[in-house]
Design a protein around this ligand. Structure first.
Ligand SMILES: Cc1cc2nc3c(=O)[nH]c(=O)nc-3n(C[C@H](O)[C@H](O)[C@H](O)COP(=O)(O)OP(=O)(O)OC[C@H]3O[C@@H](n4cnc5c(N)ncnc54)[C@H](O)[C@@H]3O)c2cc1C
Length: 471
């Protein structure tokens, strides 16, 4: 898939000598070249596939720097990679080259309980950080639904969000400083331990969400927070998808910011229940999973106010989880629903658009309409409080014509989101799968500015080439 950009060499030409040099940098055991290994690193959690020429596992910043210096001297593409759970093809080696897996750089370097910051390596799995912080009474707020496997480096590169980002904000709100290896092997540091910092351009923010196209994150300084004293989890059950999506804005307009406001439609409720058997109401048209956290005594009034709003907007039932086991069951259903959607159809594309929150009901009804018009099964899942929708496009890739329907539906979904003042992606990134749609959202001048930033960091276009910007 894909041709090398002008001037870039594939390893097929240089294979032996390059691989020898890579082995001398990271050790023989940290270099994979077998066909089966290359195949396993040829995809992420999205659809595109393309085999790298080699996979390497550096264990230190210095090794990353030496690999980049080599790649830069030889003009070889390098694709940084975390756990490969990305949903926009970001870790796919479109042009072949070196997949640089950061998974062996996974240490927690510092937990500073006085300043509430941690320093971590990029290959650390998000959930492992949460587990390590709990004994200190701390947590790291961004919690992608994939948190049990995805890495903090991948989270930073995608500016990941998650269910509790409604109240707490997304990854960019927690990254204070970075150590980054540039495409030529230079090591730079941005930001630092301090909470306030207006010194120079905010390069930290520039790297967050840059999808591995500007530099390789080798360390990160992250802000953490004290664990809330208590939380309450509720399930609001609706006979109308529209009423459920209306309830989202109504809740926030009433001055309540829950930690979580997640929406699931009937199709996905049925899939989730079929997979988890946790007792979801399979006849409901929609569910809202709502969580509030904070000081114990502040929660009861919030729960009552939310229940009142849900009922006013048409909820047929509002249940409060009464045990930790029940809360875990509800979250199991939510966190596994994407995989569970395979109960409906064997292939799946997860879309990710965001609209202003007040327009969520309109966007939901447009998705329902697109599903009817195109003749494609689409499940509606949303970090609804953020106006961030994940329509799940369900199909069977073995049936001729089905993938074309997916592409048709995707185009319509993007057009609708942009028309409503939204964006092409709320948290999964542009990567490879959306780069051709980039010009729908950005003007030629805006694309030129983006391109010039890429060029300033990576003049030879060796770092994750072919991502974000249309070719
Ligand atoms: C079931 C499921 C649920 C999900 N739920 C959510 C969710 O709730 N919220 C959300 O935001 N996302 C979600 N995702 C998407 C995905 O998990 C996130 O984008 C995550 O941040 C990717 O992390 P990763 O370690 O898997 O990165 P990868 O997929 O390996 O890489 C993603 C991108 O990051 C770059 N990259 C990786 N490491 C580095 C580094 N050290 N330096 C520079 N660039 C790097 C790669 O080049 C690539 O462009 C979900 C995915 C799945 C499969």
């Amino acid at each position: 898939m894909g041709r090398l950009p002008q001037g870039l060499k594939g390893l097929k030409i240089l294979r032996e000598s390059i691989i020898r040099q890579l082995k001398s940098i990271v050790g023989e055991e940290n270099v994979l070249t077998d066909e089966i290994d290359l195949l396993l690193y040829s995809y992420d959690a999205s659809f595109p596939e393309s085999k790298p020429d080699v996979v390497v596992f550096p264990r230190s910043t210095e090794e990353v720097s030496r690999i980049m210096a080599l790649a830069s001297a030889e003009k070889i593409p390098v694709i940084p990679r975390g756990a490969g759970t990305g949903l926009s093809g970001g870790a796919v080696a479109l042009k072949g080259g070196i997949v640089l897996s950061l998974t062996k750089m996974n240490r927690i370097l510092k937990v500073d309980t006085e300043n509430l910051v941690v320093e971590v390596e990029p290959g650390l799995v998000n959930a492992h950080l949460q587990t390590a912080l709990a004994p200190y009474g701390l947590f790291y707020p961004p919690d992608p639904a994939s948190m049990k496997v995805c890495t903090l480096g991948g989270n930073i590169a995608e500016n990941a969000g998650g269910p509790r980002c409604l109240k707490y904000g997304v990854t960019k709100d927690y990254v204070l400083g970075l150590e980054v290896v540039l495409p030529d092997g230079a090591i730079i540091h941005t930001g630092g331990q301090v909470i306030k910092n207006t010194s120079g351009y905010d390069l930290t923010r520039l790297f967050v969400g840059s999808e591995g196209t500007l530099g390789i994150v080798t360390k990160a300084i992250l802000r953490v927070l004290p664990l809330p004293e208590a939380k309450k989890t509720m399930l609001a059950i609706f006979d109308s998808l529209e009423a459920a999506s209306r309830t989202v804005s109504a809740t926030i307009a009433a001055g309540i910011i829950p930690t979580t406001l997640e929406l699931m439609d009937n199709l996905l409720i049925r899939c989730a229940e079929d997979f988890t058997h946790v007792g979801l109401p399979t006849d409901a048209e929609a569910l809202l999973l709502i969580e509030v956290d904070g000081a114990k005594e502040a929660l009861e009034p919030q729960v009552q106010a939310i229940e009142k709003i849900c009922r006013k907007e048409g909820a047929r039932e509002v249940k409060l989880a009464t045990s930790a086991a029940e809360v875990d069951r509800l979250w199991l259903a939510r966190r596994t629903v994407i995989g569970a959607a395979a109960r409906a159809r064997p292939s799946l594309v997860i879309q990710d658009v965001t609209v202003p929150r007040s327009l969520l009901p309109e966007m939901v009804s447009r998705i329902v309409e697109i599903s009817r018009k195109v003749g494609l099964l689409i499940g509606v899942l949303a970090h609804a409080g953020d106006g961030n929708l994940h329509p799940l496009l369900l199909f069977d890739s073995r049936i001729p014509g089905e993938l074309e329907k997916v592409h048709e539906a995707e185009k319509e979904i993007f057009a609708a989101a942009l028309e409503l003042g939204g964006t092409l992606t709320g948290e999964h990134g542009i990567g490879l799968t959306k780069r051709d749609f980039f010009p729908l959202e950005f003007s030629p001048r805006e694309i030129e500015v983006t391109r010039s930033i890429k060029k300033a960091f990576d003049p030879m276009n060796i770092l994750n080439p072919g991502k974000i910007l249309p070719e």
